[in-house]
Write a protein that binds this ligand. Structure first.
Ligand code: NAD
Length: 332
């Protein structure tokens, strides 16, 4: 990951709390933050056990974000000044239990924003998603301010969450920053129930020598991003001077847009015997409601965002790093 070699002068090193640190993004973000600011400066917290990759790299706290008072106690005890909140029920999982998704996604954010306001936490990062865009939004190069009527409870919770972030900044001065992540692809961690999970599962099947059964149609184009780019974007956004941040809802962010057929072709260049069958399920309708590509010029203008990973480069990295022993069957 090509971050500037050390934090900029405007970055004050205070204790950081990462909530949801054992998840797909949380694990990699925590590792990157620890590498940059020091292991002891970054406290990982999650409801589930500490991720194996985090063990021995810094402190871990068992924490249920649904208990606001416990969060307050931990923020005071550890003198936390920055929080990264990564807890959410994702798009596909949320459609199976809409009320639970709404409750978790909203309460986790409100608890964090309230404790930040009351306890003097200086900065909060909370990710939004391309799921804020509904079928009414432009499919190509979807603009920062496109009108949104999301089709999933996950998207509704992200859209409402963005407005809460905006409110807490203007009403209370809490420096909340956010990115609308596209589908994120990584080899270190497994996906957590989103509509773009196929783009990780497909690599695991290819490496295991299995035919992959894709739950989206072959020509379904979606915005995606390699995890290294997403983690770097997150840290760059959080280190940007406050005066550079013009968007207090969430920034559009683009990486690479591709279809299942296109990613399968890249994989076949390296594993020629690999094959895919297409068996779309309920996730196809969710994917159909999202944009195919994202206009992220505002992020580029404000804090210099630029992706580094192409589809080819990402495919090579994924195949190089997923060993046959670690690959997980998509039939699990
Ligand atoms: N992964 C993607 O492709 C993607 C895309 C867009 C946005 N996002 C957003 O990024 C964030 C992280 O996503 P992810 O893919 O890492 O999710 P994930 O499901 O892999 O991780 C979420 C973590 O939160 C933890 N958690 C759940 N309930 C909790 C609670 N009550 N208290 C404490 N911890 C709890 C889980 O144990 C899990 O480790 C989410 O806000 C998600 O909406 C992810």
């Amino acid at each position: 990951m090509n971050l500037a070699s050390s934090p900029a002068k405007n970055v004050i090193l205070n204790k950081i709390l990462v909530i949801g640190a054992s998840g797909q993004i949380g694990t990699e973000l925590t590792l990157a933050l620890r590498q940059r600011y020091g292991g002891e400066m970054v406290i990982a917290a999650d409801l589930k056990r500490e991720a194996d990759l985090l063990k021995g790299t810094g402190p871990f706290l068992p924490l249920d974000i649904m208990d606001k008072e416990i969060l307050r106690v931990q923020v005071r005890r550890h003198e936390i000044r920055t929080i990264y909140l990564l807890v959410a029920m994702l798009s596909a999982a949320g459609e199976k239990n809409p009320m639970l998704a709404w409750h978790l996604n909203m309460q986790s954010l409100i608890h964090t924003l309230e404790v930040a306001r009351e306890e003097g936490v200086k900065k909060v990062f909370w990710p939004s998603s391309i799921a804020v865009f509904g079928s009414n939004a432009p499919k190509e190069n979807c603009p920062q301010e496109a009108y949104s009527a999301p089709s999933t409870v996950y998207g509704i919770s992200k859209l409402a969450g963005e407005q809460w972030c905006h409110y807490y900044f203007y009403r209370y001065g809490v420096d909340v920053r956010s990115i609308r992540y596209p589908g994120l692809i990584s080899y270190k961690t497994l996906p957590g129930g989103g509509t773009t999970d196929y783009a990780i599962e497909i690599f695991h099947s290819a490496i295991r020598g299995e035919t992959y059964s894709c739950f989206l149609k072959g020509d379904k184009r979606l915005p995606m991003m390699y995890m290294d780019d997403a983690v770097r974007a997150t840290i760059e956004l959080m280190e940007a001077p406050e005066s550079a941040i013009s968007v207090r809802t969430a920034y559009n962010l683009a990486g690479i847009s591709f279809t299942p057929i296109e990613i399968a072709k890249e994989i076949k260049n390296l594993i020629p015997e690999f094959s895919v069958v297409y068996e779309p399920d309920f996730r196809q309708a969710i994917a159909d409601s999202w944009p195919e590509s994202i206009d992220d010029r505002v992020a580029t203008r404000d804090w210099g965002w630029k992706p580094e990973f192409s589809l080819k480069k990402m495919t090579e990295e994924m195949i190089r790093h997923i060993s046959p022993g670690l690959a997980v069957s998509s039939k699990r």
